[in-house]
Ligand binder design. Structure first.
Ligand SMILES: C[S@@+](CC[C@H](N)C(=O)[O-])C[C@H]1O[C@@H](n2cnc3c(N)ncnc32)[C@H](O)[C@@H]1O
Length: 189
């Protein structure tokens, strides 16, 4: 049903939605697996909740917050997942105000390739600020192409984790972390 609703709204908000179908179970499970050993999970662009559902099954996390820009979708997510802290705001605002002790797995379905430039740039800045302040955290993102989701400086590092072919269209999962700093003084003689 979610799938049909999604297609029914096409193409009114395509630039911010960025997909013609919800993420497949395989993709959702793979994303949840990459978030599994974090203290907290922050989901960006939760949409109709396909990824959220998989994230609720990750055990041992202290909190799960889901962020969705569209009011109606956020409202529906609250009803579907009463145990999840659902925020109806933009991802950059959520990242800038997020506060938690320990490591955070930020799981994003945001359509970086199709977002308007100013919105994309605000979110990218917030993601990088977040990883600067919390270097033990990671940013998990899937794309539908071969290129990394967005460019970063040498301070940060993208790792291509896996392709999920059982998804429409096939998706590639990437993980962004702060690059480890090698301290000269700590090098062995
Ligand atoms: C590709 S859909 C993902 C839906 C769902 N996570 C899934 O995998 O099926 C992207 C979602 O990101 C939301 N979105 C777009 N821009 C956003 C922003 N700036 N902040 C938060 N959510 C945003 C859209 O409203 C849409 O629901």
């Amino acid at each position: 049903m979610d799938r049909l609703l999604n297609l029914g709204k096409f193409p009114d908000s395509f630039r911010t939605r960025g997909a013609i179908a919800p993420s497949s179970d395989r993709l959702c499970v793979a994303l949840a697996g990459l978030a599994s050993n974090a203290d907290h999970i922050l989901e960006l662009g939760a949409g109709t909740g396909a990824v959220t559902r998989a994230l609720t099954k990750v055990s041992g996390v202290k909190s799960l917050q889901a962020v969705e820009l569209q009011k109606k979708l956020a409202h529906d997510l609250k009803l579907k997942f009463p145990g999840v802290d659902v925020e109806n705001c933009s991802a950059d605002v959520a990242l800038d105000s997020y506060c938690a002790q320990g490591s955070v797995a930020v799981v994003s379905s945001l359509p970086f390739r199709s977002l308007p430039g100013n919105i994309k740039s605000a979110i990218v800045k917030s993601v990088l600020r977040f990883l600067q302040a919390s270097p033990q955290s990671r940013f998990i993102q899937f794309t539908y192409g071969f290129r990394e989701p967005f460019a970063v400086s040498a301070e940060f590092q993208w790792r291509r984790v896996k392709w999920i072919y059982a998804n429409l269209p096939p998706a590639c999962i990437w993980v962004l972390t702060k690059t480890e700093v090698t301290c000269e003084a700590a090098r062995p003689e």
